[in-house]
Design a binder for this molecule. Structure first.
Ligand SMILES: [Zn+2]
Length: 162
């Protein structure tokens, strides 16, 4: 994706209030992100445990998603449904997103299992390895996984908007 700044990120959120989007913490190292290898920018908020964010460059502009996850980790290995990486102990989390608009204000959420560090783009390109990586067989080729990321994230955005 193209590099983006704090000013691009804040107005992009579709499922939280403008106030919340103004207050959330964007990554400090935005200038040093490996943009060329990213399908989306994802980060967890170190100041607010249980919150993470994803900003995706969609065909009609940036789409920002505010996510929440349970802090307790599961013990078993799980596969990220976005990049198909299998991680041990709690490195895959169920990320819940409040739906956009009226449904979200009523409390409706949708969820997706994904890498807790939101580095799906790097795992799919083999720029980063899960901590137990070598114990798992690589069943998916890198190109296939990269394409799948965009399809999965777009599907998730459609569920949030729907
Ligand atoms: Zn992933």
């Amino acid at each position: 994706m193209e590099p983006i700044t704090d000013l691009d990120i804040r107005p992009s959120f579709i499922n939280c209030s403008k106030g919340a989007a103004k207050r959330l913490h964007t990554p400090r190292d935005l200038a040093d992100q490996p943009w060329a290898d990213l399908d989306f920018l994802g980060w967890t908020d170190p100041a607010s445990p249980g919150r993470s964010y994803l900003v995706y460059p969609g065909s009609s502009g940036l789409v920002g998603l505010a996510l929440r996850y349970e802090k307790g980790a599961t013990r078993r290995a799980q596969m990220c449904s976005v990049c198909l990486t299998t991680h041990p102990n709690g490195a895959v989390r169920l990320m819940a997103a409040q739906k956009a608009g009226e449904a979200g204000r009523r409390g409706d959420t949708v969820g997706i299992y994904m890498c807790a560090d939101l580095d799906c783009s790097l795992y799919a390109r083999r720029k980063k390895s899960p901590s137990m990586g070598r114990l798992f067989r690589e069943d998916f080729d890198s190109d296939e996984r990269v394409q799948q990321i965009r399809a999965k994230v777009e599907g998730f955005i459609a569920r949030i908007e729907g």
